[in-house]
Design a protein around this ligand. Sequence first.
Ligand code: NAD
Ligand code: DAU
Length: 371
Amino acid sequence: MRHLLVTGGAGFIGANFVHHWRRTRPADALVVLDALTYAGNPANFASLHGTDGFTFVHGDVCDSALLERLFGQHRFDTVVHFAAESHVDRSIVSSEPFVRTNVLGTQALLDAALAAWKPDFDGKRFHHISTDEVYGSLGPNDPAFTETTPYDPRSPYAASKAASDFLVRAYVHTHGLPATITNCSNNFGPYQFPEKLIPLMIINALTGKALPVYGDGNNVRDWLYVEDHCAAVAQVIERGRIGETYNVGGGAEMANIDLVTSLCALVDRKFANEEQLAARFGSCPAARRATCRDLVTFVKDRPGHDRRYAICADKLRDELGFRPATAFTAGLDRTIGWYLANETWWRAIEGGEYRDWIALNYGAQRQGAAR
Ligand code: NAD
Ligand code: DAU
């Protein structure tokens, strides 16, 4: 039986991971530590509240005293570190929270694990969740990122994640901390905060708002259904070699405009097949048999916008036999289905902080840019 500390477990990937682990390894004890920033939502694990072996702690990963107390109380043997500021656009507006949580928070967590575990590291594992963005940006014909691609972070977010990766590697090398790292491509699926491309586009399409595509729409990302990311992380925790980095990807490279076009077609089809959607979402173009594609609006580009990410995940496949199970279109269709079935979840987010962010990021200064 494992005793896990999952930081950032109220966020998008963290919450999916908590559900995944609970479903696949029900005997283990799980403690979620989350500061409940704008992106953290206890509703993401509502069904687990009050169940045996599940504890939620509202707290900050930078709080060393709290971490020491939690390690003392719960005797963790496994740490899974998701907690982070995760949105590139917000890191452009202000990088301070990114350095604080992503760099100093990771350092505080590493120190807490080290103090609790050394000198007996037997059966212990610190798993750090990172991103493909640390590797920089690719040209159209460049080979995909491998685990040995030199780091070249280009946004404040990516730089803070790169710093956290280097700290983890340094604790392995210097202190012998039994850690692993996964660097993953773009995730999508249930519970994703609608500041990110896919949930933003779904919700804007349903509510008849513009679909803001940055620049010429030809920036390329590799997409992975979140459940596959969670399964990969679980395998690395259990069978990955200590001190190693594993890339995780979906093998689904796509230009943003092609993704948005596919998403519009899937929403249009759902409205054609389910009559009651037109009554629920009367502002959606599909409600009047027009296409959501009409909402696409090209807007001013993200400063420093990385052109292309592509992941080579051969190491994970060859060493651990991991392959993603969900094809991109099937995952996207399921994700749209989730947002349709969970309108209350995203309606609760739409006011307050989210409204202010949308006004700031998509306000006057972004309008009027054409391809
Ligand atoms: P998210 O923004 O949805 O969730 C982050 C969570 O961390 C939130 O619940 C938030 O409240 C919590 N948090 C923030 N600051 C905290 C602090 N100081 N103390 C405790 N908790 C804090 O992010 P996500 O998309 O779920 O990403 C999770 C992790 O995966 C991040 O480390 C991110 O860098 C990485 N990652 C994300 C993607 C992606 O496509 N979303 C891809 C690769 C890697
Ligand atoms: O690659 C992994 C990374 O993927 C993670 O480390 C990050 O945490 C995660 O946020 C994500 O970063 P991106 O910047 O790629 O994700 P985002 O959803 O913000 O944007 C995806 C692409 O879509 C990117 O090229 C920018 C573009 N975009 C985004 C938004 C929000 C638009 O064209 N319009 C938009 O409104």
